[in-house]
Design a protein around this ligand. Sequence first.
Ligand code: NOJ
Length: 506
Amino acid sequence: MKWFKQTVFYEIYIKSFADGNGDGIGDFPGLTERLDYLAELGIGGIWLTPFYPSMQVDNGYDVSDYCAVDPLYGTLADFKVFLAEAKKREIRVVIDMVLNHTAINHRWFTEHPDYYIWKERPNNWTSFFGGSAFQFDEKREQYYYHSFAKEQADLNWANPAVKEEIKQVLKFWLALGVDGFRFDVINNLTLDLAFPDNPVDELGEVLHKFDKDQPGIDGVMAELAAFCRDLRPDVFLVGEISSDELPEIARYSRPELLDVTFNFNFGSIETFTPEKLFQELVAMEKALPDGQMPTLFFGSHDMGRSFSRLAGQNLPLAELLAFIILTARGVPFIYNGEEAGMTDLTFADVSEMADIQGIMAYEQAVGKGETKQEALFAANQKTRDKARGPMIFADGKAFSATGKAWLKQNQEPEEKVHAIFAYYQELLAFRKAAAYVTEPYTSLQLKEACLTYQRGNYYFVANFSERWQMTAPPNGRLVFGQEEQGGIAPLSGAIYLMEEENENCK
Ligand code: NOJ
């Protein structure tokens, strides 16, 4: 069986995780020092956000050199030490690959302009960060296409030389020993090269129709996947699909394409209800091709922190959300700090923000004539900085020994941090020892805000309701959680092992 099916992943936003040299920015030496913390927590894999040299316009998602380490984070030698130390602790390492675009200071942009997409005139396509997706280049007197910031020029995947260059990049990292890749906005690689205008909705919003999921995308993805698997048969490939349409997300999860894809309908919902959760679990089961697993996550560096956004800062609810991602069928991704109950940051001034998305929201609001206060509100809504604050460790160690931090930090009550960490740790240890992880559901139900499912011999109860629920199944022995007289408390989870009836003892 492929190892990823049993692995709990942990996303590390490198800039905010652990600062080894005291400059206020996370780095590899800091991260390596915290591997024991991760081993103690009990995760099995890391997804590391981009650490390559970058213009830092989009915090590393604007790559200037795919085969090096940004000096902000250390050296390639530091990366190798980190990788070796992770392996010693049986922690796999999956790195982020941003193949849709490079930074405009990547040498390719000047040396190989044909690796990019040039137009005499822009059409109506908009960048995913807002505004036109075309930028005029004075030297060339043409526009280049950028589906994100203007410093992130899209690569031209219709040019076979681009594919060959990228294969060398993948080979470089696989040869160093990484265990897999998280492919950034991977369904955006192909475009409708006739560049028809995108449709516009009733609100005047330009839709993304011809700038993603275009013919040829399956072929490109399959070629990259096969290339990686030839070099490393057990490589793990997880795709970020820029879409909130489940069928679109699910169709890229196929043996010849990606192992799993992120479903944002599950992970980045704005508000939580047990009904929504249940519907999405059911929908994922239906939408995914046979044998493919969903991903399960409630946070990432691109959305508000689940402790604030979904749990309303309610500790038992946050624990119950952890219970879901660690016991439902799927590949879980914990976002760093979730296990410490970290909360959203809010900013008193736009100058405190670093995320381009928040800053652009501010500028656009001001441009529309909104007051500074209104613009700040819009920016606080949009900024992904809210989830990118320096890490809080349950072992009491600080993000940076000097107390410096590149972004504002929240203080979190120690008691909460310890309680939620202990819950994750206990459940992760239970999950490792139990035999349900690859079992399908034999039942999946929601009744009175109480979600139950059976997988193999294990029966799970997640009580989202405000009252005690009598939940113990006949022949069930409680193996995780607490119950009293066959019932469990509001906002708590329990696991029962179904005892096989022993013929001789009947
Ligand atoms: C998705 C990444 O998660 C996000 O942080 C980034 O801004 C965009 N892709 C563009 O690379």
